[in-house]
Design a protein around this ligand. Structure first.
Ligand code: NAD
Length: 435
């Protein structure tokens, strides 16, 4: 089976499944892009090209399940832009995966790489599945089938995937091994990032996204004149991003009073011992259900807690016009992609809440991925300190550029980051010329 390209959709029909049943994240993305394009006075050509993805690949993946039955899974890979380089972006395994979601996530990768200034375009992939309900063997067969389908899409100079929700080093290892097998056995580690260390992964990659949530939070607290040691935080999501953000927050002296995952939220006014929560989740199928170091509250309550810092690190559209008015945090660091719906932006601004947008706050992941790709290509590997220093420097600079754009144009920091990102991408597009 081979991947096929469908026609790009300019204004896609709203998604109807999952947690964001009433919202279409691609339209949320477009709303912010258009605001930035207006301020930048972007030409009609750039605006038209960047409002739609370059390519949409769709495949149906037949997988033999452990009981001998066959199940067919929907797989996507969307390339939003290659104006600044090969497309880069994760692969998500979740039931809410659909074309609109993958299109939005791909575009966010474009603006993120632009905002951070690394030489990549934006792409994203996903398979509509519930990975928790599948065995390791079923997941491996599905992942290898997806790699087969995307064999002409992926490549170190074409499109470079990485982990996202529901995937990690294990899936990256299957993909690079399948890809290399299909390439006649030549090992091509730079075709994917987020690999296990033993397969050419980078030191620091697992923590990198949570780390940029932390470094941007510290930079923002400085701007606000707040001392981390006097701050409390609530972190939504306890997967790769959320658990590392919570751990690094507490290492910086920030008291994490609430954490959560899909089983609910856990609150302890005295502070949660994050290493205990991580150890508990690891033993409990990566879930916090039953964690007794805190009282159980709902995910909605977590968002509205009286804390200084809120870090949504789970899914899209959890902060909406319905709850934005009730948020008490002074600072929001968006570890997740798209956790704030576009219609909540103005409410948060009116409340004077500083929002470090996703395309800066969680950009440590793709920045570290860039250095993984560089190391694979050079065949020379950095120490963890070297990687962290390089990534921190780029993230701090991206934070400062977005913050300066916010001050200069008197806009939100989100719009400031979009101005930096969209401007770089549009410039790349113009330099490539027309045909
Ligand atoms: P993950 O699969 O490791 O963890 C996701 C977490 O969110 C889990 O704890 C899950 O239980 C929780 N969750 C799911 N639905 C929830 C809900 N309705 N309410 C509360 N919690 C819920 O995924 P991840 O890699 O940590 O990614 C999380 C977010 O960060 C995603 O938006 C992803 O796109 C973004 N992100 C990830 C990376 C990365 O390097 N992994 C990089 C940039 C951005």
């Amino acid at each position: 089976m081979s991947a096929k390209s469908a026609a790009p959709v300019a204004t896609p029909a709203p998604s109807t499944n999952g947690h964001h049943a009433s919202a279409n994240p691609f339209l949320d993305m477009l709303a912010r892009f258009n605001q930035a394009a207006d301020i930048l006075n972007l030409g009609e050509r750039e605006r038209k090209i960047l409002s739609v993805p370059e390519k949409i690949h769709f495949c149906n993946l037949p997988v033999t399940m452990d009981d001998g039955s066959t199940q067919v899974f929907e797989g996507y890979r969307v390339i939003h832009s290659t104006a600044l380089g090969p497309s880069k972006g994760g692969i998500r395994y979740a039931m809410a995966v659909d074309q609109n979601e993958v299109m939005a996530l791909a575009a966010w990768m474009t603006w993120k790489c632009g905002a951070v200034g690394i030489p990549y375009g934006g792409g994203k992939g996903g398979i509509k599945c519930n990975p928790r309900a599948m065995s390791e063997g079923e997941l491996e067969r599905m992942t290898r089938a997806y790699t087969d389908a995307m064999i002409d899409v992926f490549g170190p100079d074409l499109d470079i995937p990485a982990p996202d929700m529901g995937t990690g080093g294990r899936e990256m290892a299957w993909i690079v091994s399948q890809f290399s097998r299909l390439m006649g056995g030549k090992y091509i580690p730079a075709m994917i990032t987020g690999k296990p260390l033993e397969m050419g992964g980078s030191k620091g990659r697992v923590e990198a996204t949570g780390r940029s949530v932390m470094t941007t939070t510290i930079a923002a607290l400085k701007k606000l004149g707040m001392n981390p040691n006097n701050c409390t935080a609530a972190v939504q999501g306890f997967g790769n991003v959320g658990s590392n953000a919570a751990k690094l927050y507490s290492q910086q002296g920030i008291k994490v009073v609430a954490i959560s995952d899909q089983t609910g939220a856990y609150y302890n006014a005295g502070g949660i011992l994050i290493h205990q929560a991580i150890a508990y989740a690891q033993k409990n199928g990566n879930m916090l259900e039953g964690f007794d170091g805190a009282d159980k509250i709902s995910n909605d309550e977590l968002l509205e807690l009286n804390v200084d810092i809120l870090a949504p690190c789970a899914i899209e559209n959890v902060i909406t016009k319905d709850n934005a008015g009730k948020i008490k945090a002074k600072l929001i660091s968006e570890g997740a992609n798209g956790p704030t719906a576009a219609d909540a932006d103005a409410i948060l601004e009116d409340k004077n809440i500083l929002v470090i947008p996703d395309i800066v706050a969680n950009a440590g992941g793709v920045t570290c991925s860039y250095f993984e790709w560089v190391q694979n290509r050079r065949g020379h590997y950095y120490t963890e300190n070297e990687v962290n220093e390089r990534v921190d420097q780029i993230i701090n600079q991206a934070f400062e550029e977005a913050y300066q754009a916010k001050e200069h144009h008197k806009v939100s920091m989100r719009l400031g980051a979009y101005l930096v990102g969209v401007n770089r991408v549009a410039t790349g597009l113009r330099l490539r010329g027309k045909y």
